[in-house]
Design a protein around this ligand. Structure first.
Ligand SMILES: [Zn+2]
Length: 683
């Protein structure tokens, strides 16, 4: 790697549009961050020690833009590290991370800054604030309190000690899960034992064995292997063996997570008490739509009550289906039988092969149809602009204009897997700007995926799920690009965690409607739309065992909330056994006595905060998106009027208003779970 020449300015030091991705090198990272951190610290010191009267401008706005250049530069580097990494870049990124994150966590603990904010909050100007500015002051004060600003010196030390211990323990928790997962392998030598397994899974198992220098077929506990075995393998004894190994991960020897789990729960409770909350759920949810643990739990209770009957029915149907195959003497289903017989039942009922849809989802047509859809709904025009520098030849850049010609912003799309890119699909904001009328920067974002690439002379042909993924990430992107708020910290996707998936998930609904599918789902060779028979099968298969899927999510939500509210180690004992008792009513079969799912539940315990007390959000967001979509359905799924309202009340508002208020503004009422239940075939 060549050092950048001294005459060439460091491209990370100023916010530029288009972003100079072609000029950023690993060698720029450390000098840029050193300079930007020093500048941010200086601004912080000036803000904290400033003489004279406090005003919104010199205090709240100064705080809002305090770290903007640093945020931008770290955002660009973090992005490049995830889509175009190389050893020098990773090393540089890792080298700057500790100082940068220490700077951010230190902001709310800075006593001078906290005094400045309190001084402003007590000033007459603050009392007269309204709307977004009033909310910004209120939320800033609350956030500082939640992060310990009001604690005395001893309290701050105690908070720091708790956070350090939580970081250590949750890191260890994750490592134990990974190590105990990796410690298991099953090598099958006799091909007859593979009966039932599809060729793709056999090939993967064969390659996995070969990589280890073994003969035969190797299966691990990682998701693709585990689900293939549970879903397809005929041999029940092998399914049982793999199920058991999976369900007792991280519960023995050097990888035992049971005591760690209890201690993590204890520390989280202590942290909540220290900061003035009754329990960790109330602490974690204060700033979210649910606001507290009781409300989140009541939400789950309501859905559970409406799902249970159908859940029992589904389980009886599955038992009946098994007897139809194996006779009336067939044994009761065991946990390792459920996915296996359910797959057979699904195939028998729907004769639906997801692969049959692929020819109708060429990526270019999906993307073009989606742009057409948002033009109809929101009046915005999306157009590719060639020649804008990216980080890989696969990357495309697009401009977005409003119908009156205003330039709203731009985004990059990077859809295919590469070795230098991380897995999954995501959206990121790169520049938080605004509509470009007054010389400000535009909003700039990025959407990434790891979708099926073009193969052997064919365009990229996606699964239906992949098409939904594109719509989902584009929904997050619209939330960013259409944002019209005053405060930077309120822009776009900077909203409550149980609200942020509304703009993204609602987009997926257009992947299930005949009229919108016909815009973008076109056979790559003939241009034909999806045949009606195939469309009907796809719709019917959507609600197959939907109650079971819902109960599973609700069960995890319950365990999460109860552990973070009611669980007491003195009276409830081992948290793993406690969680098993709670999960039991949510599972289709009784659980084995050593079932220890939460000992491997990294969502909850793999990081200091994680999804702790927040797992309910998955269902919460589904209620919102299904419910909000009913307005489009009622007025026509291309309704410009409803589109204008959704843009005006949700997409443009970021966190400038309470999400419950925004939702009510759009719907005219509070969220109603009916639409989700109906979509899942439960009402
Ligand atoms: Zn999302």
């Amino acid at each position: 790697m060549m050092m950048p020449s001294t005459s060439e300015p460091n491209p990370l030091l100023s916010i530029e549009f288009p972003i100079p991705f072609d000029r950023v090198r690993a060698a720029h990272v450390e000098p840029a961050m050193a300079e930007l951190l020093a500048a941010a610290r200086q601004r912080l010191a000036a803000l904290a020690g400033q003489p004279g009267p406090r005003t919104f401008e010199n205090t709240m706005r100064a705080l809002d833009v305090l770290a903007e250049p640093l945020d931008y530069a770290m955002g660009v580097v973090r992005h490049l590290e995830s889509v175009a990494t190389y050893p020098e870049l990773r090393a540089a990124f890792n080298a700057v991370q500790p100082a940068v994150s220490a700077f951010y966590t230190g902001i709310p603990l800075d006593a001078g800054l906290w005094r400045s904010i309190q001084a402003f909050a007590a000033a007459p100007e603050a009392a007269a604030l309204a709307g977004e500015r009033r909310r910004f002051l209120h939320k800033t004060v609350e956030a500082f309190r939640r992060q310990g600003a009001e604690l005395d010196a001893a309290g701050k030390l105690r908070l720091e000690a708790i956070d350090v211990e939580l970081t250590t323990l949750t890191t260890k928790f994750s490592e134990n899960v990974l190590d105990s997962t990796n410690a298991f392998e099953l090598v099958i030598k006799d091909e007859a034992q593979l009966a039932g397994l599809p060729p793709s899974a056999r090939d993967a198992a064969r390659e996995s064995a070969a990589r280890k220098g073994l003969q035969g077929w190797r299966f691990t506990l990682h998701a693709p292997d585990y689900f293939a075995v549970m879903t397809y393998l005929d041999d029940a004894a092998i399914r049982r063996q793999v199920y058991h190994a999976h369900s007792v991960r991280a519960t023995s020897g050097a990888w035992d997570n049971r005591a760690l789990t209890a201690r993590i729960l204890e520390l989280r409770a202590q942290k909540a008490h220290l900061l003035g909350f009754a329990d960790f759920a109330d602490f974690a949810l204060e700033d979210r739509m649910a606001h507290n643990g009781a409300r989140a739990l009541a939400f789950l209770e309501e859905l559970k009550a409406k799902t249970e009957a159908r859940f029992q029915e589904e389980n009886r149907e599955l038992e009946g289906f098994r007897r139809s195959l194996e006779g009336t003497a067939a044994p009761a289903l065991e946990p390792w039988d459920v996915a296996y017989y359910a797959e057979k039942q699904r195939a028998a009922l729907y004769a639906f092969d997801e692969e049959a849809l692929r020819p109708y989802f060429p990526l270019a047509s999906v993307v073009a149809g989606m742009f057409d859809l948002v033009q109809r709904l929101y009046g915005i025009r999306v157009a590719e602009r060639p020649g804008v520098p990216g980080w890989d030849p696969q990357v495309r850049y697009y401009d977005v204009h409003d119908e009156d010609g205003t330039f709203l912003g731009g985004f990059y799309a990077d859809w295919y897997p590469r070795e230098n890119k991380r897995g999954g699909a995501w959206m990121d904001a790169l520049i938080t700007g605004g509509p470009v009328a007054d010389g400000t920067l535009p909003h700039v974002g990025v959407i990434c995926g790891n979708l099926t690439p073009p193969l052997a002379g064919r365009p990229a042909l996606l699964t239906h799920r992949e098409a939904e993924t594109i719509f989902h990430e584009f929904g997050h992107l619209l939330h960013h690009l259409l944002s019209r708020v005053e405060m930077r910290g309120f822009a776009g996707t900077n909203v409550a965690w149980d609200f942020v998936e509304l703009p993204s998930q609602i987009m997926e609904n257009w992947c299930w409607e005949r009229a919108s599918l016909d815009l973008f789902a076109r056979h790559w060779e003939t241009g034909a739309t999806i045949p009606d028979e195939l469309f009907q099968k796809m719709k019917r298969a959507r609600t197959f065992r939907a109650a079971g899927a819902q109960m599973r999510r609700l069960g995890f939500g319950y365990v999460d909330l109860l552990l973070h509210t009611r669980y007491r180690p003195e009276t409830d004992g081992d948290p793993v056994a406690y969680a098993r008792r709670i999960l039991e009513p949510f599972t289709p079969t009784p659980l084995p006595p050593d079932h220890a799912m939460i000992a491997a539940f990294t969502h909850l315990f793999g990081s200091p905060m994680g999804y702790g007390a927040g797992y309910y959000s998955y269902k919460w967001a589904e209620v919102l998106d299904a419910d909000a979509f009913t307005r489009f359905r009622e007025s026509g799924i291309f309704s410009r009027d409803v589109g204008r309202e959704f843009r005006g009340s949700i997409l443009s508002r970021g966190d400038s208003e309470d999400p419950a208020v925004l939702y009510r503004e759009f719907m005219g009422r509070d969220p109603d779970p009916h639409a989700l239940l109906e979509r899942s075939g439960l009402e």
